[in-house]
Design a protein around this ligand. Sequence first.
Ligand code: IPE
Ligand code: IPE
Ligand code: MG
Length: 254
Amino acid sequence: MSSRDGQQGETAPQLRIPTHVAIIMDGNGRWAQARGLPRLAGHRAGTENLRRIIEACVEFGIRYLTIYAFSTENWARPRDEVEGLMSIMEEVIDKEVPELHRQGVQIRHIGALEGVRPELQRKIREAIELTRHNQRLVLVVAFNYGGRAEIVHAVRQILAAGLKPEEVTEAIFAQYLYTAGIPDPDLVIRTSGEQRISNFLLWQTAYSEWYFTPVYWPDFDKAELRKALEAYSRRERRFGRVSAVDMSAAPRDG
Ligand code: IPE
Ligand code: IPE
Ligand code: MG
């Protein structure tokens, strides 16, 4: 893998650990295709990898991990693939949630449950309920999630609550998003070489740092995550202000 800002510098930088990492787990299909396997084999490999990455996040001390598991647009895939993804989701909940609970992982869901098959809805609700008091890592699962749908949902809730126009501030608006109470992502990673947002966290990523890697999601291991964290550690976040370097060089007025 070669990613320009993923390369080691002369001296390894001090790792700055982001509070919240969000991942667009992309490339399962191409990973499978490259091996002559069906796409669903790629999705299974992807979920295996997810377990390893969750562990790595706990080890790095990351507090929030958001994963894009299924978008509102992914329903448009072939029926067999969609059905397979729903079954894998159910299996993963059955198999992994007890261990995640033991590890102190809190599970949250962002997206809509309407339209999801009832058995899977029930499993998702139970996983959230079981793990709600855990504090070690908050795992935010974006499932049947779309950034535009989330914003429209928030607007509807605000109208239904009868807020006055002048009461709708950015802070209040954020409270009506699925992510209420969750800090915005500091770092967003997209695997598989694609460089687009694909309707992920449109509001919340306003000032996130982005990291793109050509590595397909099933191959994105702890070493790859470390590279992303190293790249993040070298970034200077400005939030619209001038850089800290410019600030110290600038003559003081007054
Ligand atoms: C990401 O992998 C997983 C989901 C979208 C559910 P893809 O299935 O998009 O894999 P590619 O992009 O076709 O390789
Ligand atoms: C984004 O990947 C959604 C998930 C990773 C779940 P896609 O593979 O669906 O995105 P596009 O279609 O390439 O933009
Ligand atoms: Mg894809």
